[in-house]
Ligand binder design. Structure first.
Ligand SMILES: Cc1cc2nc3c(=O)[nH]c(=O)nc-3n(C[C@H](O)[C@H](O)[C@H](O)COP(=O)(O)OP(=O)(O)OC[C@H]3O[C@@H](n4cnc5c(N)ncnc54)[C@H](O)[C@@H]3O)c2cc1C
Length: 585
């Protein structure tokens, strides 16, 4: 079967919903579809806790937010993108307020803002510590009010269709029935989020498998800055569940095994000039995660069955602050760690959290493939460069979700692409046959003795942690490249047991694994070629930043034979020449 929409958005998280609303507002005559592998409210955006940064306080300025973002990015962000982002973020957050988002307020009624890592001023808006839930809910209910937005909930997109160099839709499986459908479109916007699941220990939901990055890459679009993977310093040790940076923003301390605030021994680019922010725990995430590894090397972390940990201490904040500002932290600690942070120390360790890299886009969300746009965590605009500052991601998906929606709407209005073409239909049929083949993997060949998907996935994740973790070098990265190549070969021969059509989670896991293998290959390949240390990419064999050779975005395209091709793009510098990463001086 074939459906047609002017614009198809893949992903129903914050970026996807914001893009859909922008299109509906731009032109009610355009038909917009949101295709999402989970019900939109289950997208990862829902789990964001800490908040969204935008200048609102009287003593804050746009320039300061821009400088923090640029220096936080270790000068790898594009400064034109940063300037657009900083300027539009406050309007986007106010718009959300008008759509019903219950931002927390001060007693005088003004928006409350909290401190966040690497931000010299308090500028992070929050809705208690359930910001993502309220933000996503607000966008979802607003999207519901536009009847032109059609939703394909629990449909899994498997490929992007390209005809004569232009993107013309997607193929998707309806998970409830196994029905495979070609959805033709004038333009496609990828809003599929990140790929934390490529690693074994992550804050990311199970659904964050980098599908959109891999599908765009296979369709011919470039992936940018893939070597930059953010570790968050405070995840619960067994589950990887995030303890939000807000816990440190409210005054939490990080203690090593001797109960010592070890961060005072490290250069974090802090302190900030404001006395209330003079907290070393609010250094940028890359430096805090790296400090943890050094503590571990010095034998000053605590060994547990779930790996080495340090402690996050909130006890001195008292029950009132914790219940008013961090109720979700208390809830998570009780449910998943069986402790009460009012009285007990929280065990934490660094955990993979966010991808700075993603589909290469310009400042309007357009990729290097005509008709393909991207926004949110799947995209690399880039405002995050080598290290994202906490609380910049939620406003980013609003600002660039809206921009990508408007740009896609303009594109289809100008081009007026026809409903379909024979070539597109043929590609849709080919994909249908491929998927039928995936479903029948080794059926009837005594498949039960064959290798399983889950084993390959675990080995891939372990190879990524060993090869491309917080610290990397040529040897570990090369080993990961070889391992991934071997895993890809084994993947081709792996079997699945479930050949049914109704909610076949094994089939989904198989398709997701193939995406993760592509993304993993791009991460390690880009990391191997970047012979310097910058932000989240720390090479022990090249410990210094090298602006001479690497003040540049890495870019990877897929060759027709499936091999990655690497190149570099210049970084856009407008007003802030590269300097030392020092906050608030
Ligand atoms: C635990 C946690 C806490 C965070 N806290 C903060 C915070 O406080 N502040 C901040 O700024 N940032 C925070 N972040 C980061 C931020 O939340 C994310 O980067 C952002 O929400 C990503 O939004 P998105 O719309 O790009 O993608 P997502 O919300 O991840 O949505 C992706 C969508 O794509 C769909 N999809 C994916 N693949 C397919 C496919 N093959 N077919 C169909 N649909 C598909 C999914 O169904 C989903 O709807 C946090 C992240 C985590 C993990």
């Amino acid at each position: 079967m074939t459906a047609f929409h002017d614009v198809v958005i893949v992903g129903g998280g914050g970026a996807g919903l914001r893009a859909a609303i922008a299109i509906a507002e731009a032109d009610p005559k355009l038909s917009v579809a949101i295709v999402s592998k989970v019900y939109p409210m289950r997208s990862h955006t829902v789990s964001a806790e800490g908040g969204a940064a935008a200048v609102i306080a009287d003593d804050d300025t746009l320039d300061e937010h821009a400088i923090d973002t640029v220096s936080g990015s270790d000068w790898l962000s594009d400064q034109d993108a940063v300037e657009a982002f900083i300027e539009e973020a406050p309007t986007e957050l106010l718009r959300l307020e008008h759509w019903g988002c219950p931002w927390s307020r001060q007693s005088n009624g003004h928006i409350a803002v909290r401190a966040f890592g690497g931000m010299r001023k308090k500028r992070t808006w929050f809705a208690a510590d359930k910001t993502g839930f309220h933000l996503l809910h607000t966008l979802f209910q607003t999207a519901l009010s536009y009847s032109d937005i059609v939703r394909y909930d629990e449909w899994f997109v498997t490929t992007i269709l390209v005809d004569q160099g232009r993107v013309r839709g997607v193929v998707a499986i309806e998970l409830a029935t196994g029905r495979i459908e070609t959805i033709v479109a004038g333009a496609v916007i990828m809003c599929t989020g990140g790929c934390g699941r490529v690693f074994p220990f992550t804050t990311n939901a199970n659904i964050k498998t980098g599908d959109g990055m891999a599908l765009a890459y296979r369709a011919g679009a470039g992936l940018k800055d893939m070597e930059f993977v953010q570790y968050h310093p405070t995840g619960l040790p067994f589950t990887g569940i995030l303890i939000t940076e807000a816990a440190r923003a409210e005054g939490g301390w990080l203690l090593n095994k001797d109960g010592y605030r070890y961060l005072q021994d490290y250069d974090l680019g802090t302190p900030t000039p404001e006395p209330q922010l003079r907290s070393m725990e609010l250094g940028p995430r890359d430096r805090l995660s790296q400090a943890f590894v050094h503590e571990q090397e010095k034998g000053r972390t605590i060994d547990t069955p779930s790996g080495p940990i340090v402690h996050l201490d909130l006890r001195h904040l008292g029950v009132n602050v914790i219940d008013a500002k961090l109720p979700f932290v208390r809830e998570l600690c009780a449910s998943y760690q069986n402790i009460d942070p009012v009285h007990e120390l929280i065990p934490v360790r660094p955990v993979v959290h966010y991808m700075m890299g993603g589909i290469h886009t310009d400042i309007q969300g357009a990729t290097d493939l005509a008709g393909l746009y991207a926004a949110g965590e799947v995209a690399c605009v880039s405002i995050n460069g080598a290290n994202r500052l906490g609380s910049n991601s939620l406003p980013e998906l609003l600002v660039f979700g809206a921009r990508a929606g408007q740009a896609a709407a303009d594109y289809v209005r100008q081009l007026r692409p026809g409903a379909s073409s024979a070539a597109v239909e043929a590609q849709g049929r080919d994909e249908q046959h491929r998927l039928e083949g995936e479903l029948a993997r080794h059926q009837g060949e005594g498949g039960s003795g064959r290798e399983r998907i889950a084993g390959i996935r675990t080995e891939m994740q372990d190879a990524m942690e060993a090869g491309a973790g917080i610290f990397r070098d040529e040897k570990t990265l090369s080993r990961a490249v070889d391992k991934l190549r071997a895993l890809r070969e084994r993947y081709a021969g792996a079997a699945i047991d479930d050949h049914s059509r109704t909610f076949n989670t094994e089939l989904v896991a198989t398709l997701e694994l193939s995406c993760m293998l592509d993304v993993a290959e791009c991460i390690v390949g880009s990391a191997l070629r970047r012979e310097e240390s910058r932000g989240a990419h720390q090479r022990t064999d090249f410990p210094a930043r090298d602006d001479e050779r690497y003040l540049a975005h890495s870019l990877v395209h897929r060759e027709p034979d499936g091999e990655p091709r690497f190149s570099y793009l210049p970084v856009t510098i407008t007003r802030w020449p590269p300097g030392e990463r020092i906050y608030g001086r």
